[in-house]
Design a protein around this ligand. Sequence first.
Ligand SMILES: Cc1ncc(COP(=O)(O)O)c(C=O)c1O
Length: 463
Amino acid sequence: MTVHTKNLNIAEIVQHDIAHHFHPFTDHKSFHAAGGPRVMTQADGIWIWDANGNKLLDGMSGLWCVNVGYGRKELAEAAYKQLLDLPYYNTFFKTTTVPATELATKISSVMPKRFKHIFFTNSGSESNDTIVRFVRHYWKLKGKPYRQHFIARTRGYHGSTMVAANLGGMQGMHEQVGTEFPGFHHVQQPHWYDFGGDKSPEDFGLDAAAEVEKKILEVGPENVAAFIGEPIQGAGGVIIPPTTYWPEVQRICRKYGVLIISDEVICGFGRTGNWWGFETLGFEPDIVPMAKGLSSGYLPIGAVAFADHLVKDFFELGGEFYHGMTYAGHPAACAVALKNIEILQDEKLVERAREIGPYFGQALASLRDHPIVGETRSVGLIAAIELSNDKKKRGRFKDSGRVGAMCRDHSFKNGLIMRACWDTMVLAPPFVITKKEIDELVRLARLALDATYADVKGEVVKA
Ligand SMILES: Cc1ncc(COP(=O)(O)O)c(C=O)c1O
């Protein structure tokens, strides 16, 4: 493809960026010390180019979202056409637009039958804010106003608005908020690698689920509104729970009448090889927030699917729901998301993620012989590589996140975008990745691991 960077004054863009652009999730001091941003300019398939013409394999689909790959003309055309027909109208006060209605219908058609109603938002964070608003009101309507508490997991990620940050279990975020909101509780994540010790993954999965029951009993079952979890924790380090975990969590939640929320912002729309992560992990949620893969990131949009049994009472008893965002259900975003789901269906990309998943997993497993790789794991097209200073003991390097950041930087330099979640390297490539491209991804990952090993050799215990 032609790379259109000739007329760009990159130095000036970088300068303007440092002067005026306040970046999210960025350590600004080190950002400035490093000379500012890498400027991304173009992309195609699984490849992305920066303004200096460097070609990178995007092993992260942007931020776990560009599932159908870059360069999809059909999506650009869907937005263009809709912007000409009707660039904006809202869905408040008994109005709708054709794309919003059609998208709600389409999402419902790729979900289990009980999910017939879809509420639109602009992001995953807003989807999770919406859920807290809905659930708290719902329990009041049901005559149980004390059911206001949410249980989530440590290192769960549910977004960055105030409520979503409280739902999530990221300690750093909680500390910056100052104090956690009341009514949000966190239990240990089902991460066998770090916490499983000598137990089998299956036994550990049951123990991790038992933590949920313990917390319900501590808070008081009558006070617990809902349990929220990502089927596979993404930003927490692609934590794939043992097979015993989710069915047991479901059994416990049902026992105490606690609603189950499956945060499908990453796992939804095929990432794990099924349309929904809850299908892969074996449980049946009541509420499903989604975003990212809904539009493959081409335009911002999120949504929440609610099961019929909740909606029925909510509609009958609830009066006006005092909640909504100006741009929620934006017609252009809906038109793009609709087309995106059609692409997933027409090109059988969910099936593709399922079929190519084992090849991806095996290719990554070839890295297990590396001196600093403690484990590789994957489901469908989401994966993790654990960095370890002591493979036998599943040991961790000192100063969590330090070696992961080194590996990420080496990886970027070598032409592969891998993300570091502390010292876990994570991957989630677009579904269009080929076997040959997977081989190239693994070759580049090994180069990054080699370069990292060269930096930390002295800290590594010989296997
Ligand atoms: C599981 C999960 N939920 C919610 C969010 C928040 O989504 P957004 O960044 O669109 O607000 C994310 C974002 O990474 C996520 O991974």
